[in-house]
Unconditional design. Sequence first.
Length: 190
Amino acid sequence: MELFTAFDRAVASTADVVKATPARQMSAPTPCAEWDVRALLSHVIGTLWLAEALLGDQPPRYPMAPGGLPPGDLAGDDPAAAYAEAAAAALAAAAAGDALTRGHATPLGEMPGPALAGFTTLDILVHGWDLAMATGQPADLDGRLAAHVLGFAEQAITPGTRAPRIGPALPVAPGAPITHRLVAFLGRQP
Protein backbone atom coordinates (compact mmCIF):
# COMPACT_ATOMS: atom_id res chain seq x y z
CA MET A 1 0.00 0.00 0.00
CA GLU A 2 1.29 3.48 -0.88
CA LEU A 3 2.45 5.59 2.11
CA PHE A 4 0.03 8.47 1.66
CA THR A 5 -2.91 6.13 1.09
CA ALA A 6 -2.14 4.25 4.31
CA PHE A 7 -1.82 7.49 6.29
CA ASP A 8 -5.03 8.90 4.80
CA ARG A 9 -6.94 5.69 5.54
CA ALA A 10 -5.64 5.51 9.11
CA VAL A 11 -6.68 9.13 9.69
CA ALA A 12 -10.15 8.42 8.27
CA SER A 13 -10.56 5.24 10.31
CA THR A 14 -9.77 7.02 13.56
CA ALA A 15 -11.90 10.04 12.58
CA ASP A 16 -14.96 7.78 12.52
CA VAL A 17 -14.21 6.61 16.06
CA VAL A 18 -13.53 10.14 17.32
CA LYS A 19 -16.85 11.38 15.86
CA ALA A 20 -18.75 8.61 17.65
CA THR A 21 -17.07 9.11 21.04
CA PRO A 22 -19.65 10.31 23.57
CA ALA A 23 -18.73 13.31 25.72
CA ARG A 24 -19.82 11.38 28.81
CA GLN A 25 -16.93 8.91 28.29
CA MET A 26 -14.04 11.40 28.41
CA SER A 27 -12.85 10.06 31.77
CA ALA A 28 -13.20 6.36 30.79
CA PRO A 29 -10.05 4.21 30.98
CA THR A 30 -8.32 3.11 27.78
CA PRO A 31 -5.97 0.27 26.81
CA CYS A 32 -3.22 2.88 27.34
CA ALA A 33 -3.24 2.42 31.12
CA GLU A 34 -1.97 5.88 32.03
CA TRP A 35 -4.47 7.75 29.78
CA ASP A 36 -8.22 8.23 29.94
CA VAL A 37 -10.24 8.93 26.78
CA ARG A 38 -9.60 12.70 26.91
CA ALA A 39 -5.84 12.23 27.28
CA LEU A 40 -5.82 9.67 24.45
CA LEU A 41 -7.71 12.12 22.21
CA SER A 42 -5.21 14.87 23.08
CA HIS A 43 -2.35 12.52 22.24
CA VAL A 44 -3.84 11.59 18.86
CA ILE A 45 -4.62 15.20 17.97
CA GLY A 46 -1.16 16.24 19.16
CA THR A 47 0.41 13.48 17.07
CA LEU A 48 -1.30 14.85 13.97
CA TRP A 49 -0.05 18.38 14.72
CA LEU A 50 3.43 16.95 15.34
CA ALA A 51 3.25 15.12 11.99
CA GLU A 52 2.34 18.37 10.26
CA ALA A 53 5.42 20.02 11.79
CA LEU A 54 7.88 17.19 11.21
CA LEU A 55 6.77 16.48 7.63
CA GLY A 56 6.86 20.21 6.91
CA ASP A 57 10.22 20.73 8.63
CA GLN A 58 8.83 23.44 10.90
CA PRO A 59 8.33 23.96 14.64
CA PRO A 60 5.20 22.25 15.99
CA ARG A 61 2.14 24.30 16.93
CA TYR A 62 1.81 22.18 20.07
CA PRO A 63 5.22 20.89 21.16
CA MET A 64 5.17 17.37 22.52
CA ALA A 65 7.50 14.43 22.65
CA PRO A 66 6.66 11.53 20.32
CA GLY A 67 4.55 9.09 22.32
CA GLY A 68 3.72 11.73 24.92
CA LEU A 69 1.03 14.25 25.67
CA PRO A 70 0.81 17.85 24.52
CA PRO A 71 1.05 20.50 27.24
CA GLY A 72 -2.73 21.00 27.30
CA ASP A 73 -6.06 19.47 26.34
CA LEU A 74 -6.28 19.57 22.54
CA ALA A 75 -9.65 17.79 22.37
CA GLY A 76 -11.56 20.68 23.97
CA ASP A 77 -15.35 20.78 23.76
CA ASP A 78 -15.46 19.40 20.21
CA PRO A 79 -12.92 16.58 19.81
CA ALA A 80 -14.19 15.71 16.32
CA ALA A 81 -13.59 19.25 15.05
CA ALA A 82 -10.17 19.43 16.75
CA TYR A 83 -9.23 16.07 15.21
CA ALA A 84 -10.48 17.12 11.76
CA GLU A 85 -8.43 20.34 11.84
CA ALA A 86 -5.25 18.54 12.90
CA ALA A 87 -5.87 15.72 10.40
CA ALA A 88 -6.29 18.16 7.50
CA ALA A 89 -3.02 19.89 8.45
CA ALA A 90 -1.11 16.60 8.75
CA LEU A 91 -2.46 15.24 5.47
CA ALA A 92 -1.62 18.49 3.67
CA ALA A 93 1.95 18.31 4.99
CA ALA A 94 2.22 14.66 3.94
CA ALA A 95 0.97 15.47 0.43
CA ALA A 96 3.40 18.36 -0.08
CA GLY A 97 6.19 17.63 -2.54
CA ASP A 98 8.58 14.93 -1.41
CA ALA A 99 7.62 15.04 2.29
CA LEU A 100 7.06 11.29 2.47
CA THR A 101 10.29 10.32 0.77
CA ARG A 102 12.98 12.72 2.07
CA GLY A 103 14.62 12.76 5.48
CA HIS A 104 13.35 14.89 8.36
CA ALA A 105 14.82 16.12 11.63
CA THR A 106 12.75 14.70 14.49
CA PRO A 107 13.07 14.64 18.28
CA LEU A 108 14.40 11.10 17.79
CA GLY A 109 17.05 12.15 15.27
CA GLU A 110 17.08 12.21 11.48
CA MET A 111 14.33 9.97 10.12
CA PRO A 112 13.56 8.95 6.53
CA GLY A 113 10.14 10.08 5.31
CA PRO A 114 8.83 6.52 4.91
CA ALA A 115 9.69 5.72 8.55
CA LEU A 116 8.12 8.94 9.83
CA ALA A 117 4.97 8.24 7.81
CA GLY A 118 4.93 4.63 9.00
CA PHE A 119 5.21 5.50 12.68
CA THR A 120 2.56 8.22 12.37
CA THR A 121 0.19 5.91 10.51
CA LEU A 122 0.71 3.18 13.11
CA ASP A 123 0.13 5.61 15.99
CA ILE A 124 -3.08 7.07 14.55
CA LEU A 125 -4.56 3.71 13.51
CA VAL A 126 -3.78 1.78 16.68
CA HIS A 127 -4.86 4.59 18.98
CA GLY A 128 -8.11 4.65 17.01
CA TRP A 129 -8.49 1.01 18.02
CA ASP A 130 -7.67 1.94 21.63
CA LEU A 131 -10.34 4.64 21.55
CA ALA A 132 -12.89 2.26 20.04
CA MET A 133 -12.20 -0.32 22.74
CA ALA A 134 -12.45 2.30 25.49
CA THR A 135 -15.79 3.60 24.25
CA GLY A 136 -17.46 0.33 23.25
CA GLN A 137 -17.33 0.97 19.50
CA PRO A 138 -16.60 -1.61 16.78
CA ALA A 139 -12.84 -2.13 16.80
CA ASP A 140 -12.17 -4.21 13.68
CA LEU A 141 -9.72 -2.38 11.45
CA ASP A 142 -9.65 -2.49 7.66
CA GLY A 143 -7.78 -5.72 6.92
CA ARG A 144 -5.53 -4.39 4.17
CA LEU A 145 -4.56 -1.35 6.20
CA ALA A 146 -3.97 -3.39 9.36
CA ALA A 147 -1.77 -5.81 7.39
CA HIS A 148 0.23 -2.90 5.98
CA VAL A 149 0.74 -1.38 9.44
CA LEU A 150 1.64 -4.76 10.96
CA GLY A 151 4.25 -5.30 8.24
CA PHE A 152 5.79 -1.93 9.05
CA ALA A 153 5.66 -2.58 12.81
CA GLU A 154 7.35 -5.97 12.49
CA GLN A 155 10.25 -4.32 10.64
CA ALA A 156 10.51 -1.08 12.62
CA ILE A 157 9.77 -2.03 16.22
CA THR A 158 12.54 -3.80 18.07
CA PRO A 159 12.80 -4.87 21.70
CA GLY A 160 14.81 -1.72 22.34
CA THR A 161 12.22 0.61 20.81
CA ARG A 162 9.20 -0.87 22.61
CA ALA A 163 9.75 0.74 25.98
CA PRO A 164 8.20 2.70 27.56
CA ARG A 165 5.05 3.05 25.41
CA ILE A 166 4.80 -0.29 23.57
CA GLY A 167 4.44 -3.42 25.64
CA PRO A 168 5.85 -6.82 24.76
CA ALA A 169 4.08 -8.69 21.97
CA LEU A 170 1.27 -10.90 23.20
CA PRO A 171 0.53 -14.34 21.77
CA VAL A 172 -2.44 -14.78 19.45
CA ALA A 173 -4.03 -17.90 18.06
CA PRO A 174 -2.91 -19.09 14.64
CA GLY A 175 -5.29 -17.65 12.09
CA ALA A 176 -6.36 -14.78 14.38
CA PRO A 177 -7.88 -11.80 12.58
CA ILE A 178 -5.33 -9.28 11.35
CA THR A 179 -6.60 -6.61 13.77
CA HIS A 180 -5.90 -8.99 16.67
CA ARG A 181 -2.44 -9.80 15.33
CA LEU A 182 -1.59 -6.10 14.96
CA VAL A 183 -2.72 -4.99 18.40
CA ALA A 184 -1.22 -8.06 20.09
CA PHE A 185 2.12 -7.34 18.43
CA LEU A 186 1.91 -3.91 20.05
CA GLY A 187 1.25 -5.35 23.49
CA ARG A 188 -2.52 -4.95 23.59
CA GLN A 189 -5.01 -7.65 24.52
CA PRO A 190 -7.25 -8.17 21.47
